[in-house]
Design a protein. Sequence first.
Length: 318
Amino acid sequence: MIFYPVIFIAISLSSNAQTVISACVNITAPGNYVLNNDISSNGTCIRIQSSDVTFDCQGKTIIYGISQQGSGIFSPGQVGIGFNNTNIKNCIINFGGSQYSTDYSVFLMVNPNLIFENNTLSRGIIVQNSQNILIKNNLIRGIYPLLAAISPSGNTNSIITGNIVNSTNSSGFSDQSNTNSSISNNVISVSNSGPISYVLKGLGISYSSNIRAINNTVSMSGNLGPGSIAVSLYNNFNTTLKSNNIFTSGPAYSSGISIIDIGSLIENNVISTNGSGISAVAWVSNNTIRNNFITTSGPDSYGISAFSSNSTISNNVI
């Protein structure tokens, strides 16, 4: 395949009529934009720099980062100057450059009222400092050890549902410093296929409050490094982890759930692991762990290990 130099086109239209896009562009005005054909870029391809933008790829493919750093879609909002009401849908976004680049397929900053739906990404998505987010029914891959396939941070009122996450040599989902998020009905698969034993997480939630993770399936396999955890709760307040299916089939030191939280509810989860089922360390408090079904098979594994104060542990089957 031959890639020709990319010429960016700045689109600034005053009407909301449908606009056909056939090359990488900077979108600088509100409107409904549709992608007419596959497009490619040496670096970043689509820049969204306006509020009230709907971008529909119609199943077409964006290839980015062929020879430079960049993202398939990038929206560089700033605090106080965000881009509201962005809708991105039906895109296939593939990385075209070095295997070990850290560039995400989609990088969105300060995008209140975001809808991101029915997309396929080869390098994950990061959303920062936004409110009222819907990330729904996407197929998202991750392949870089230091990055997660889905990485929301600093957001409020997020719904992340119905996504399929396949991460190889990288974590699946990293939720950091978010408030009032719902993470539900996602299928998250993490594997380590290389000779290096990376420390990975299936679903990681940290420094957040009022997070509800319900009805997700999280599985981990392969050559996982010591400290790999299917579900990690770290320094959160009022987390609900309920009715999830959690599996690990790597080495015996990979665990099901690790809790370093205050005021969390861990309920009705099914956990099957070669390592330990649930671990709650000494400085956590006021957690409830109940009605979980735990199967462990490692030689030194345990069902529940809890060193916490004012916590309730009841009706678990081990």
